[in-house]
Design a protein around this ligand. Structure first.
Ligand code: NAP
Ligand code: ZN
Length: 347
């Protein structure tokens, strides 16, 4: 076994504390990754606090992992020692269902194995995530990070980047499309940069005025502060596509009203409580409401190349692991510009 150290939640009510544990020795197709950086996704907070009811403890969160290959199993062909690699939200799937076969492994019909707080498919234990110094992952679930993207900036692409890239591609964001991004946090700011690169006309819908200048600097064409209720009238029927990245409880019906006829609102944000949805806010203009989860391994690799080609990277604040609990509090106050990334060399 490989000795690992990191930060873990021991229960839903306790802060993250230093934690020692073991990783499996590499199997034939496994890659051992020396973790350099791990992003803090709001999902880590939902999970550490068991807000979705599926958490297993002790839990080492983290699914925005960037590092360097330090060893490979004997049959690994995709990666070599020294390669820059990443790991996102899942580390395995059934590999034979119709979704796995058509590169939709994020929607594995048997359920994929999440990077942390998930039972290994062979029953060997529970997965532990990237707030740690080393991880062992099957090569099929490892991403190659283009050398032009610094590892600390690559980390947030593995969840925040792909979670916005996938729906923007699926719902054809591009020239002639009016796209709105709800919430300018870790996910939202990647959505702005990617949608702008795709050629869409992009509006940020934010719940305060504080991020106006940043939104425009990221390339957004318009910024709307939703605190003023009048904006829901002024922008009624405006957008072809709205991506909701908000982590908190909101009135979704207000936002449906901003969709044009046949427009689609896609939720990627996953607050603890369900939304109350009025059918009228959808049926009157034949609007659609959809959801989207991360992206496939293949699409994540494509997204990494897209970001390298378009010079797209997240805005990050690098922190020491010892300050992770304070960072969580700042994320909850929407006080992160725009992703915390933990430097594992400080473990
Ligand atoms: P984040 O950085 O905390 O961003 C969330 C944003 O939501 C905030 O920056 C804020 O934007 C807005 N917001 C927060 N509280 C609000 C409130 N009370 N009213 C209105 N807006 C509010 O979080 P994140 O890491 O981007 O994650 C966002 C959500 O996506 C989380 O629920 C997370 O679990 C989920 N997620 C889903 C997937 C998926 O595959 N579907 C993947 C990753 C994460 P403004 O300040 O601009 O208003
Ligand atoms: Zn995430």
């Amino acid at each position: 076994m490989i000795k690992a150290k990191g930060f873990a939640a021991q229960s839903s009510k306790t802060p993250l504390t230093p934690f020692s544990f073991e990783r499996r020795d590499p199997k034939e197709h496994d890659v051992v990754i020396d973790i350099k950086y791990c992003g803090i996704c709001h999902s880590d907070i939902h999970m550490a606090r068991n807000e979705w009811g599926s958490s297993l403890y002790p839990m080492v969160p983290g699914h925005e992992i960037a590092g360097i290959v330090s060893a490979v199993g004997p049959k690994v062909t995709a990666y070599r020692l020294g390669d820059h690699v990443g790991v996102g939200c899942f580390v395995d799937s059934c590999r034979h269902c119709s979704n796995c076969e058509r590169d939709l492994d994020q929607y594995c019909l048997e359920g994929n194995t999440l990077t942390y707080s998930s039972r290994e498919r062979d029953g060997s234990g529970v997965t532990q995530g990237g707030y740690s110094n080393v991880i062992v992952v099957n090569e099929n679930y490892v991403l190659g990070i283009p050398k032009s993207i610094p590892l600390e900036k690559a980390a947030p692409l593995l969840c925040a980047g792909i979670t916005l890239y996938s729906p923007l591609m699926h719902w054809n964001a591009g020239p002639g499309k009016k796209v709105a991004i709800m919430g300018l946090g870790g996910l939202g700011h990647m959505g702005v940069k990617i949608a702008v690169a795709l050629g869409a006309e992009v509006t940020v819908l934010s719940h305060s005025d504080k991020k106006r200048e940043d939104a425009i600097a990221f390339g957004a064409h318009h910024f709307v502060c939703t605190r003023d209720r009048q904006v829901f009238k002024d922008h009624a029927n405006e957008f072809d596509l709205i991506i909701n990245t908000i982590s908190a409880d909101i009135n979704m019906n207000d936002y449906f009203g901003l969709l044009t006829t046949d427009g689609t609102l896609v939720s990627v944000g996953a607050p603890e409580k369900p939304y109350a949805i009025s059918p009228f806010s959808l049926l009157l203009q034949r609007r659609s409401y959809a959801g989207s989860a991360i992206g496939s391994i293949k699409e994540t690799q494509e997204m990494l190349h897209f970001c390298a080609d378009h010079d797209i990277a997240p805005e990050i604040e690098v922190i020491a692991p010892q300050t992770v609990n304070e960072a969580y509090e700042r994320v909850l106050k929407s006080d992160v510009r725009y992703r915390f990334v933990i430097d594992m060399s400080e473990l």
